[in-house]
Structure formats: structure tokens, C-alpha cells
Ligand binder design. Sequence first.
Ligand SMILES: C[S@@+](CC[C@H](N)C(=O)[O-])C[C@H]1O[C@@H](n2cnc3c(N)ncnc32)[C@H](O)[C@@H]1O
Length: 273
Amino acid sequence: MSDADFIKLNKANWDEAAKVHFEDPADWYQIGRFLEGHDVRCLIDQQEMGDLSGLKVLHAQCHFGLDTLSVARQAKEVVGLDFSPVALAQAAELAQRTGLSDKARWVESNIYEARAVLDETFDFVYASWGVTGWLPDLAAWAKIIASYIKPGGRFYYAEGHPCAFILDEIDGHLRPSTPYWHRDPIVETADHSYNESSVQLENREVHCWNHPLSEFMTAFLSEGLVLEFFHEHTAVPWRMFPSMTMGDDRLYRFGPEGPNMALGMSMMWSKPA
Ligand SMILES: C[S@@+](CC[C@H](N)C(=O)[O-])C[C@H]1O[C@@H](n2cnc3c(N)ncnc32)[C@H](O)[C@@H]1O
């Protein structure tokens, strides 16, 4: 199968997951809180992205736009880009219900083909949590992301840590189960999505790539971006391993007896003016 075939299969999974996420029986996405006016981005993103007032923002792989619209409440304007028409229709509905339609635009595209449909630059580009695992070519993704940043603009990226992604929890122990360096996709079959829902998915097969830390650094440095900070986190916004529990801050972590290890990472890059 080609990379394009893998992306097509992943898209079927995301179109279906978007429906399940929008119904959100366990209130994992906090759509109600968002509609009440709250910022429902992951707390790490809220604390690290800084003040976005007055900025033109691109949210890459925006899913159904909850984070995009949380940002729209403070930014001048936002563009949410995703390849799932199902997710983007939901995003447009949320924008309408919250009076944010004038500030938000939605672009449907495979990220690798985005330049053909979105040809402009932004003060701030944003992508976080569950974004690059679906992408076969990280360097090509970084090139497209960098092309959207204005000189003097910034890019914030947060993601599961590649060293944690190679592990599985088996009988309460973390064991390496996938290679750190690989080219072929890892095929995963998930009956349910990560929003703690019991709805059975039909399009259960996804194709993922674990991109090593050096690949991230090389990809962004090759585009001439400058690293402002790099942080590692012992908490992430989804149940990465079964024995993790969610805290009051809605982040999942191990208990005090659990492993002391990096589960997530975040970084801010800037493009020289
Ligand atoms: C985990 S979600 C994004 C995380 C976001 N923080 C959220 O939960 O709202 C991943 C998104 O990436 C999108 N996606 C995956 N592969 C893509 C591709 N090749 N081009 C564009 N979007 C893609 C999916 O449709 C999905 O909406």
C-alpha cells in the first residue's frame, strides 16, 4: 500500500471518530463547557501558548474545532485545517452556535496538499496532541507548517513523547512493543476511540508512525526555525496507558508508585523576522 492508501484508511477512521467525539457520551471533550464560554484546550496548551490577542492563527489538524474556537475567542482570526469533512462540519456548527463564525474559517485538506488550497501566512501556527502519529513523512509536514509562519511568527506543538509511544502496558508493566526507528506503518486496531466512549468503531484500523525526537528536531531546524523552549511532561490529555487516571486538571498521569518518565512533550519555535 502507498502512503496515500494509508492516509485514506486513516481518514475513514477519523470521519467516524469525529461523529463519536461530537456525541461525546462521557463529556470527555467538554463541549458543554465550551458552549458556556470556557477555554477547553488542554491545560498545558493554555499555559504555554501565551497571549494570542490580535493574532491571525492557523490550527493544523483541528478536528472538530473546539481548540480552534477556544483560541478564536482571544485571537483576531483563526483558520482550522483538517482532512475530515465530518469534523469540519461540526466545527462550523459550533462556530455558528457561539457567534464565532466571523472569526473562524475551515479548510478541508490532507495536510500534505494544503498549500494548494490555503495560500497565506499566519502570526501563530498551532498543532497539538495526536497530530503527527498519522503522518508518514514528518519532514514534509514540517516544511508545510513552516511555510505558513510569517517571519517573526511562532509555532507551538505539543504531542505524546516518542519514547513513551513505543511502550505498551501489559499486566501493569510497561514494555517496549514497537520500534523507535521504523519506516513501515504500525497497524493498530482500536474498538473504541479515546474519548472514554463505549461506541464500537467500524473503521477500526489505523496506520501510525512513531517519529523519533531527533526527527522532530531535524525537521524544524532544517526549515530555519529557532527553538524557544522544549518541555517534557509527566501528564498528557488522554489515557495513554490503562492504569493512568485523570486529575482535576483533566490531565492523565500515573499514581505515585508509577514510573517517573516523560509521557508528553511541547515546544515553541519561531521564524526569524
Ligand atoms: C487527535 S485529533 C487532533 C487533536 C486535537 N487536539 C483535538 O483532539 O481536538 C487528530 C486530527 O488530525 C486529523 N488528521 C489526521 N491525518 C490528517 C491528514 N493527513 N491531513 C489533515 N488532517 C489529518 C484528523 O482528522 C483529526 O481531526
